[in-house]
Design a binder for this molecule. Structure first.
Ligand SMILES: Nc1ncnc2c1ncn2[C@@H]1O[C@H](COP(=O)(O)OP(=O)(O)OP(=O)(O)O)[C@@H](O)[C@H]1O
Ligand SMILES: [Mg+2]
Length: 340
């Protein structure tokens, strides 16, 4: 047995172009750039073994294309992709042995069979020895809490249950790497929450390397150790969610509702290091003031801001930190929203 690799996935200059169907093609000349879509454009990225990594980006960013290349469904136009040190083009069988994939909208299980029958069928197809398969199926059904419904027909399952069954199917051959394309899209909030818990457990308890795509920034934020923000086929930011947000922290604001004499407070606050813009707005309805202070350094500046306010004889009625989200990070990077 060789030692497991340091990196589960390595992309180098990975590029995929699609020939868009030429509309009104008059047959003169060859396909121009305009008729080609560059779905991913020179992606270079390393994902550590055991990492829980998120590809976050808007529609058409190239997330699914990346996943499809990694699971050998699609060949790169240029560059390389390696999984567990196997090249997706030169060694696709080895790549497939090391990954489990759940793609969106894919009907990956038979609805006319029961959940358990599906799993037994696919385990046989993957040549998992019968006894191992039986144990693994029981264990995985338990893990995703499908045991009580294992002998029902899949056509009677809810969307969330089918999603969990597809996950079990992807785990049958015990791959070290899981590729999940939009794992919670289309699920109701409760099912989505359960789905995220399950992903966490697979990462934490089973040591899986997990690469998921999402356009929910909360999902990327809550779940992923590292996030690659992808836009138009390129990685535009790559870091932990915390670090990505910290890099934009001048956008963090403290909003304080105060009672009392606010006159003169603005210049005092503005003189504090770590304070950007200060806005004071009267709220005549309850004769309070809303003071919004842009902070570049929350830890130091927040207590000093509050000190100044109370030192001026103001009564703080309400205090709120307007935290920046990954959505704010995306807007700051691209000038656009994640979802249009
Ligand atoms: N088979 C294909 N033929 C032509 N163009 C394609 C094909 N597959 C993807 N594309 C194009 O490549 C680009 C990236 O698509 P991709 O599906 O990877 O995006 P995505 O990030 O997964 O988006 P979404 O959030 O909508 O799922 C898009 O412009 C898309 O139209
Ligand atoms: Mg997609």
């Amino acid at each position: 047995m060789t030692a497991p690799p340091e990196h589960a996935v390595q992309l180098e200059g990975l590029t995929r172009r699609f020939r868009a169907r030429a509309v009104g093609d008059n047959g003169i000349g060859s396909a121009t750039d305009a008729t080609n879509v560059t779905a991913i454009d020179g992606l270079t990225l390393e994902i550590r073994r055991g990492e829980l990594f998120g590809l976050l980006g808007p529609n058409g960013a190239g997330k699914t294309t990346t996943i499809r290349i990694l699971c050998t469904l699609l060949a790169p136009t240029a560059g390389t992709a390696r999984v567990w040190e196997f090249d997706v083009v030169r060694d696709p069988a080895q790549v497939r042995r090391h990954i489990g994939t759940v793609l969106t909208g894919e009907r990956s299980v038979y609805w006319r069979l029961t959940g358990r029958e599906n799993l037994e069928y696919f385990a046989a197809l993957y040549q998992v020895p019968t006894e191992t398969a039986r144990r693994r199926i029981a264990m995985l059904l338990d893990l995703v809490e499908l045991t009580p419904r294992a002998d029902d027909l899949v056509e009677r399952y809810s969307t969330g249950m089918r999603q969990r069954l597809a996950l079990v199917k992807a785990l049958l051959h015990d791959p070290p790497v899981l590729l999940l394309d939009e794992p919670t899209t289309g699920l109701d909030p409760q099912a989505a929450r359960n789905g995220r818990d399950l992903i966490r457990r697979l990462h934490r308890d089973e040591g899986k390397t997990i690469i998921l795509t999402t356009h929910y920034m909360e999902e990327a934020d809550q779940l992923c150790e590292r996030v690659g923000i992808i836009d138009k086929g390129r990685i535009i930011a790559l870091d932990s969610p915390q670090a990505l947000k910290r890099a934009q922290q001048h956008r963090t604001a403290l909003r304080v509702e105060v009672e009392g004499p606010v006159l003169g407070v603005t210049p005092m606050l503005q003189a504090l290091p770590g304070v950007g813009h200060v806005a004071v707005v009267a709220q005549p309805a309850d004769s309070t003031w809303e003071v919004t202070v842009e902070l570049t350094d929350v830890n130091d500046t927040l207590p000093r801001t509050v000190q100044i306010l109370s030192g001026q004889g103001l009564r703080v009625r309400h205090l709120q930190l307007l935290d920046i989200s990954l959505e704010d990070v995306f807007i700051a990077l691209t000038g656009r929203r994640l979802r249009d």
